[in-house]
Design a protein around this ligand. Structure first.
Ligand code: 5GP
Length: 199
């Protein structure tokens, strides 16, 4: 059996990666990785569905116990990916989809270079600002912080294998699905099957 594919979706807040991520999870059999965070839940967010919400003290214990594949501080809160479920899924041939910030994408690529990293970006920064304002969940200073961060994040483009410009969520979702299909067809991701056929 081939190992599963690890796909990382990243990009600035407001670029629409969350929507694309949810679309792909709903339409494929890909496994999601549920992150742990010290951020407070937003209205409607559920424990164990959107995140595992933990206190800072509990989070520090998890770091000390080596439970994370990567962990990052994003806007004064911690976010991390629990390690064990990811490798279990990959070893069992399941594809795994991540949605993380750009630091998280870099850590994952470092620890697991086979990961396929996709940067989701709006067509321009004006659109990004409009989407963040429209979301209405950020204070003005948080909004400015996120806009400033977006440019720095895009400047890390070399970390990524692909970029998808999200003008329309449906079209962008389809592009990410196409990327995943192509990656699944790579020779290096089919060596076990090919060798079995040749035997
Ligand atoms: P939000 O607070 O809006 O849910 O997420 C803030 C940022 O944290 C987003 O850019 C999101 O992708 C990122 N994030 C969510 N989970 C993780 C994680 O497990 N690791 C890292 N490094 N970033 C994450």
């Amino acid at each position: 059996m081939e190992k599963g594919l690890l796909v990382v979706i990243s990009g600035p807040s407001g670029a629409g990666k969350g929507t694309i991520y949810r679309n792909i999870i709903a339409r494929t059999g890909m496994k999601r990785s549920i992150s742990v965070t010290t951020r407070k839940p937003r209205p409607g967010e559920q424990e164990g569905v959107d995140y595992y919400f933990r206190s800072e003290e509990e989070y520090q214990h998890m770091i000390a116990a080596g439970e994370f594949l990567e962990t990052a501080e994003v806007y004064k809160n911690y976010y991390g990916t629990p390690k064990a479920p990811v490798f279990e899924n990959l070893d069992n041939g399941h594809d795994v989809l991540f949605e993380v910030d750009v630091h998280g994408a870099r850590s994952i690529k470092k620890k697991y270079p086979e990961a396929v990293a996709v940067f989701i970006m709006t067509p321009d920064f004006k659109t990004l600002e409009e989407r963040l304002v429209g979301r209405g969940t950020e204070s003005e200073s948080a909004l400015n912080t996120r806009l400033g961060a977006a440019k720095r994040e895009l400047s890390k483009y070399e970390l990524f294998d692909y970029i998808v410009f999200n003008d329309d969520a449906e079209a962008a979702t389809q592009q990410v699905l196409d990327i995943i299909s192509a990656e699944k067809c790579r020779i290096k991701n089919n060596l076990t099957v090919i060798k079995n056929l040749l035997n």
